[in-house]
Design a protein around this ligand. Structure first.
Ligand SMILES: NC(=O)c1ccc[n+]([C@@H]2O[C@H](COP(=O)([O-])OP(=O)(O)OC[C@H]3O[C@@H](n4cnc5c(N)ncnc54)[C@H](OP(=O)(O)O)[C@@H]3O)[C@@H](O)[C@H]2O)c1
Length: 124
């Protein structure tokens, strides 16, 4: 099975390494921090043609999307960038993955909630 990890940061790189150990055919992407590895490619998820090109080229069965601007304070300061990467970028990955029939897995965060309640269900 072929798996593409989009965004080999803290979480993505752990996934990448563990899946490789399990002998999956794994590929990864980076953005500002290059990864010297034949199976890893630079990708900016805000660039639709680049996203389509890479996803078509790898043509994986599964795409795990872990790319994001994860610094919450930075997201508050630069909402345009946060939206461009975390919202539009995610949409770009979801569309491109859907077009090739891949299963797209998105990793969210509890930072999307305001902390007023707890024990949310996955659908909320
Ligand atoms: N770590 C946790 O414990 C945890 C817990 C719950 C949820 N999550 C969620 O899991 C996801 C990943 O978290 P993380 O801790 O692994 O974050 P991280 O270490 O900050 O990694 C983020 C990744 O996104 C990439 N990226 C940033 N901007 C990009 C762009 N424009 N185009 C393409 N890639 C871009 C970064 O690439 P470069 O580094 O090369 O620039 C990096 O590989 C996030 O959605 C986070 O909310 C993480």
């Amino acid at each position: 099975m072929k798996i593409l990890i989009i965004g080999c940061g803290l979480l993505g790189m752990k996934l990448y390494e563990n899946l490789r150990k399990e002998k999956y055919d794994v590929y990864g992407t980076f953005y500002e921090h290059p990864i010297e590895n034949d199976h890893c490619f630079r990708l900016d998820i805000t660039k639709i043609p680049d996203v389509n090109h890479l996803i078509n080229k790898i043509s994986s069965d599964i795409i795990v999307h872990t790319s994001a601007v994860t610094n919450v304070d930075e997201c508050e300061r630069d909402r345009k960038k946060a939206s461009s990467v975390n919202v539009q970028g995610t949409r770009n990955v979801a569309y491109a993955g859907g077009k090739i029939g891949a299963t797209v897995v998105y990793i969210s965060t509890d930072y999307v909630f305001d902390g007023e309640q707890g024990f949310y269900k996955e659908a909320e």
